[in-house]
Design a protein around this ligand. Sequence first.
Ligand code: 13P
Length: 288
Amino acid sequence: MAYVSATEMMQDAKKRGYAVGHFNLNNLEFIRAFLLAAEEAKSPVILGVSSGTAKYMGGYRAIVGSVKPFIEHLGVTVPVALHVDHGTYEEVLEAIEAGFSSVMFDGSALPFEENLRKSAELVQLCRKKGVSLECEVGGIGGEEDGVTKLGEFADPDECRKMAELGVDMLAAGIGNIHGVYPSDWPGLRFDLLDEISRVTGGVPLVLHGGSQIPAEMIQKAIALGVRKINVNTECQLAFAAAVRSYIEQGKDRVGKGFSPRAMFALAIEAVKSVALEKMQLFGSAGKA
Ligand code: 13P
């Protein structure tokens, strides 16, 4: 069965010096696109589920119930992890119960001691359940209520303490942000990434906001210990552009072109292309 936690993926990525793509689900079409891309590229893949997506797609149980049979239906053989993205403590517990193979607990908005305490509890639980765990130190910048903040910076000492708990993956802000990067974005802080990498003893690091980061920055980040890279916005933009082009060309007005399956066919291809491109860039293609 290709449905696995991210633990072994991270170990292999560390050993062979690449990063695994985490691609956010938004709807059923995204599940199809990412599974097809991973199988074609012979790449491991992590499917990310935000709270918003969980609500939209009918809750964690409905998503597990869609993804697992979908893997079998498509005959996918490469490793696939189903991962909670930025979950609260309660959401993480619910998702584990529902059968997610991997979770991210985002306690970054809590006082650090509380974030650390809750993360420590989850390390124990996840180990018992065979689920991989990502935790976060410091926030990730991005667009919130129409205001774009520049990226935040994690404190290396807090990163060290979090890594010492034995988390499988650690997300730490190094100037990365979710969403579209503003034109005045100063770039990733590689000096900080280098320091975090050194003090955390080789724990796989996670780069959020992976859309639109230039290829050479991605490669440098991987060289400094990033093993999981989250991508959502670029896939959403590709999906929207494909749907826009379909409608603008009036294809929905020809024959059965109004059927959602016809309307989304090229959008699925567009999302799949983004994922394939990222799998090449991250070095995960051909590793499964
Ligand atoms: P982007 O939407 O900027 O690609 O970020 C995705 C992400 O980090 C999800 O956690």
